[in-house]
Design a protein around this ligand. Structure first.
Ligand code: PGA
Length: 245
């Protein structure tokens, strides 16, 4: 399985910041892993031009419907048409700030798959759920509730992102990550025929310094990186760590 280094710019970046993508591409002319960057939607076309063939460009969200009266929303097919080959769904910031339920995330994930994009389906527990000992139960429920039946190892990637580790500098421990990824792997194998091949990313304060340790954990097939994906200088060593795993 080819590993995946994915970056989520969230609501950061600008036309000027696209130089970071060109720089990253120059630093990894022949990458040994898949590289994906998800800038804000208005930058996708230019990001694709800056990225060249080695770096894929994705989006951070899509609407569940193909078209219609949904002011401000963007359909998956529209994102694909302007250059996105992947779409993040169910990020905890959308689940929290936009009230997205597992059912809504499942519908968006289906829409992304139907448009021909690879869905990067995010899930993860809150600090309160972790402290209450509910982590495995929560992620199992999220996976069962938001993974469409048509999912395959080719059109879907799972990103385990403990909410308390996102943007906080707090990283889950090796044991915590290993436990959740093993549970997700086993559930994926129960749910799908190719569940053994579906990539499971870890996300939450991944940086150059902690990347080698995280990538050595079984069933960690890459990372979804927020803050440290914004510059080539910070993201490149994470890509290199994954290549060296
Ligand atoms: P972070 O974000 O790397 O800044 O913690 C990860 C994410 O939200 O995907």
């Amino acid at each position: 399985m080819r590993k995946l280094a994915a970056g989520n710019w969230k609501m950061n970046g600008s036309m000027a910041a696209l130089a970071e993508i060109s720089q990253l591409q120059e630093m990894h002319p022949n990458p040994g892993v898949d590289i994906l960057l998800c800038p804000p939607a208005p930058l996708i076309t230019q990001a694709k031009a800056a990225a060249g063939a080695q770096i894929a460009i994705g989006a951070q969200d899509c609407h569940a419907n193909a078209s219609g009266a949904h002011t401000g929303d963007i359909a998956a097919q529209m994102l694909v048409e302007v250059g996105a080959s992947a779409i993040i769904t169910g990020h905890s910031e959308r689940r929290t700030n936009h009230g997205e339920t597992d059912a809504m995330v499942a519908a968006k994930t289906s829409a992304a798959q139907a448009a021909g994009a690879m869905a990067i389906l995010c899930l993860g527990e809150t600090l309160a759920e972790r402290q209450a000992g509910q982590t495995l139960e929560v992620v199992a429920r999220q996976l069962a509730g938001s993974l469409p039946a048509a999912s395959t190892a080719n059109n879907t990637v799972i990103a385990y992102e403990p909410v308390w580790a996102i943007g906080t500098g707090r990283v889950a421990t090796v044991d915590q990550i290993a436990d959740v990824h093993a549970a997700l792997r086993s559930q994926l194998q129960d749910l799908m025929t190719d569940g053994a091949d579906l990539r499971i990313l870890y996300g939450g304060s991944v940086k150059a310094e902690n990347a080698p340790e995280i990538f050595a954990i079984p069933n960690v097939d890459g990372a979804l990186v927020g803050g440290a994906s914004l510059t080539a200088a910070q993201f490149s060593p994470i890509v290199a760590a994954l290549e060296n795993t």
